[in-house]
Ligand binder design. Structure first.
Ligand code: CA
Length: 755
């Protein structure tokens, strides 16, 4: 729509300057190159509708404010740049609009770059209504930016950026040359759509500057954008330069925070954070000098520590530029924080981060936590903050802040969808009444649909009956679509090829309770191979490895050896897995390199005679802070005669940019687990670098010990109410923390034999 308006406006310009301006309609890359030669102010290059494959699109030239040089699609949304394509803009007063990048990835370091090269950096240029949709490099650890903004006074608006799965910031404002500083860029009305958990540092959606140039001012405005499920890592936005403004942005169910990581004098105002109760949803993290945080609204946030609704951090005295400059001169005024887990003061306080905030004020904030939970927490000295006129409606308050007015406040939802106090006596508190959160139809390109919820199991509505026999399951699975259910009746299913999976499929037995469930045998080293887009749900089945051949790395389910861009989910309920024992290391599920499972869930299942691990999520061994599983849940299941560990999770290194892994292992029974000579960890449960682990109510007999290695951050491990017979005590290790192991232990009973 806007692009069409632009054309109309351009047409008007054309008639105003007929002697200068030209329209170039181009059908292929050669015609484009010809048109580009001799392009002048006011010229318009129109790309014909259709696919432009492997297009190294470059535009440069001297436009003028009243006569930009324009690259536009014939029709908005009907020009697709695919394969190895990218856009580079040099010169000045350039306008690019109406393009869609999809079905490929940039061979360069950026998809859209506001410079042609180091010597041709654009200024006063605009990219509007451009779509970058799942245009990610195939290997999640190969880095790029989708958008790199350089130069001065550029505008990036009404664009649609969805589904970046590889490492690297989605949009970076670069200050690495003098001509790109104090830049006055405007980033507005963009749709930053779902960015899945990366499982590593480098998953920020927007970054302005870097620590190296953070002493410089950027003066970039980020206004009226929507960040929808931007879950990449702990920082949604990382402000790493001075004088930036973040105003009127809306954050929907996004994990992490707007982080004022480096640089001074930011203004963060009138932003709306709606967490919807999702894990790790946060608000604003304050570091450095002269920061203003006012009139923001936050509701339903569940983050704590670094991802609190509000985290005022402690700094490092005389901090080096890449650490934490202390908070000084902060103004935090008139914010509403409601139904949220945490507001933290002196967050990150430790031996290094010992400098408390100074010369700061915290006033007229309306604060509501979660009933019965701690809410306002203080981790060091808050005497450098002046508190006035704040009210706490719900949730626990640290002793240091006991003077806050604490009382219930009746709230009602106003027409703008936000909650305000009913009593006029409180009208001056919290976010302003005239806040009008930007809506989905006001951001992005209105001709390109916003993504809905992720496809989940069983959502297609189609249930396909599969009869027992040889390779009946193969045929059914190869024909399955996203959300289909394959239903198996009692009997034997023999599978003689590996089943590739690139959709979300449910395979379930139809047998009634008590009846014999269907049994699947497989004659290849792997039964399932998860590929890009693959998600697997198994229920009410028996899977038997008796026919599998002896091969290196046998695994009932494995990830493909090719890179997988998408995150995957594996669920098993009422599944019996048995006789994976043709060789010494036959796993049930193996998550390989560059694969990340959002969730692995095993409930009410039985595993008998398995020589390897049940869940192996330990392929990222380089200690870069990468890992293979975000949430791993195993409950109500039985494990008998398992050679390797039931769980083998490895997340090494000292990076603090991720939330996971998260492990829940509760209410299971284990006998003779982890004792194989090939089990390198010597453990029946091996948790290395897990951030949150709940291990409760398990019955363990004649097995190897549980091993928990804490690495970085503030890992939370609870070992509770487990009973061990003839099993050694816990193996606990802290790698980066002096003192007793921090695992909470209670109600664990060890009996019989060694301990
Ligand atoms: Ca980061």
């Amino acid at each position: 729509m806007l692009a069409r308006l632009c054309l109309v406006v351009l047409a008007a310009w054309l008639s105003a300057v007929p002697a200068l301006a030209e329209n170039h309609f181009v059908r292929n890359q050669n015609e484009y190159a010809a048109a580009l030669r001799g392009v002048e102010a006011g010229d318009v290059i129109i790309l014909a509708n259709g696919e432009w494959r492997d297009f190294d699109l470059v535009i440069t030239g001297q436009g003028r404010a009243d006569a930009p040089i324009t690259v536009i699609s014939e029709e908005a949304g009907k020009v697709f740049l695919t394969g190895q394509s990218s856009l580079r803009i040099g010169g000045e007063h350039i306008l690019v609009t109406g393009l869609v990048f999809r079905d490929g990835y940039s061979p360069r370091g950026e998809v859209v770059s506001f410079r042609r090269n180091k010597d041709d950096v654009t200024s006063n240029s605009r990219v509007t209504e451009v779509v970058i949709d799942n245009f990610s490099k195939p290997d999640r650890y190969e880095s790029d930016y989708w958008v790199g903004i350089y130069g001065q006074n550029n505008r990036f608006d009404h664009n649609h950026l969805v589904g970046k799965t590889n490492k690297g910031v989605t949009l970076a404002v670069r200050l690495d040359s003098e001509e790109s500083r104090t830049n006055g860029h405007l980033i507005d009305h963009n749709y930053f759509g779902p960015r899945p958990v990366l499982g590593s540092n480098g998953g920020e959606t927007l970054r302005i500057g870097t620590s190296r140039y953070s002493m410089y001012r950027s003066e970039t405005t980020v206004e009226n954008n929507i960040f929808d499920r931007t879950d990449g890592e702990v920082e949604i936005i990382s402000s790493k330069s001075g004088g930036n403004i973040f105003r009127g942005n809306v954050f929907l169910q996004s994990r992490g925070t707007l982080t004022l990581r480096h640089g001074d004098d930011a203004v963060v105002e009138r932003n709306v954070f709606l967490g919807g109760g999702k894990d790790y949803t946060g608000g604003i993290r304050v570091i450095n000098r002269g920061q203003t945080v006012r009139g923001n609204y936050m509701e339903g946030l569940r983050g704590e520590a670094f991802s609190s609704a509000l985290a005022i951090m402690n700094g490092v005295p005389n901090s080096p530029v890449n650490r934490y400059v202390e908070v000084a001169g902060a103004t935090i005024d008139g914010n509403t924080i409601i139904d949220s887990r945490r507001v933290g003061f002196n967050v990150g306080a430790d031996e290094e981060r010992s400098a408390a905030p100074s010369d700061s004020s915290f006033a007229n904030n309306l604060l509501g936590g979660i009933d019965g939970e701690s809410f306002l927490e203080v981790y060091d000295d808050v005497s450098g903050i002046t508190f006035a006129g704040n009210i706490v409606t719900q949730g626990g308050v640290a002793d240091e802040l006991a003077s806050f007015n604490q009382q219930p406040v009746e709230m009602e939802r106003a027409e703008n969808g936000l909650l305000y106090p009913v009593d006029p006596a409180f009208a001056h508190l919290g976010a302003p009444r005239d806040l009008m959160p930007v809506t989905l139809d006001q951001v992005g390109a209105d001709w390109y649909p916003k993504p809905g919820n992720d496809p989940v199991f069983g959502t297609s509505g189609s249930v396909i009956q599969v009869a027992p026999g040889d390779d009946t399951l193969v045929a059914a699975l190869l024909a399955a679509s996203d959300g289909d259910v394959l239903e198996l009746s009692s009997g034997e299913y023999v599978v003689s090829r590996t089943l590739p999976l690139d959709v979300a499929v449910t395979i379930r037995g139809s047998a009634a309770e008590g009846a014999e469930p269907p049994a699947i045998f497989f004659t290849r080293p792997y039964l399932f191979e998860l590929r890009d887009g693959g998600n697997l749900q198994l229920a009410n089945l028996t899977i038997d490895g008796a026919l599998a051949p002896d091969s290196v790395g046998n695994s009932m389910i494995r990830t493909t050896t090719y890179p997988i861009k998408s995150n995957l989910t594996v669920e098993m309920d009422r599944v019996t897995v048995q006789n994976l024992e043709v060789n010494k290391s036959f796993n049930v599920l193996t998550l390989g390199k560059s694969a990340l499972a959002d969730r692995v869930s095993i409930t009410n299942s039985n595993f008998i005679n398995v020589t390897g691990a049940v869940v192996s999520a330990a392929a990222e061994t380089e200690d870069f802070g990468q890992y293979n599983v975000e949430y791993l849940d195993i409950t109500g299941s039985n494990f008998a005669s398992i050679g390797g560990p039931v769980i083998d999770v490895y997340r090494g290194g000292r990076d603090e940019s991720t939330f996971g892994p998260f492990v829940n292992f509760s209410g299971n029974s284990m006998a003779n687990v982890g004792l194989a000579a090939t089990n390198g960890s010597g453990a029946s449960l091996n948790l290395h670098g897990v951030q949150i682990a709940e291990v409760a109510g398990n019955q363990v007999a004649g097995s190897a010990p549980f091993r928990v290695v804490h690495t970085v951050g503030t890992p939370v491990t609870a070992l509770t109410g487990n009973q061990f017979a003839e099993t050694p005590g816990f193996m606990l290790e802290e790698l980066n923390y002096e003192g007793e192991h921090r695992a909470a232990q209670s109600g664990n009973v060890f009996s019989g034999g060694e301990e």
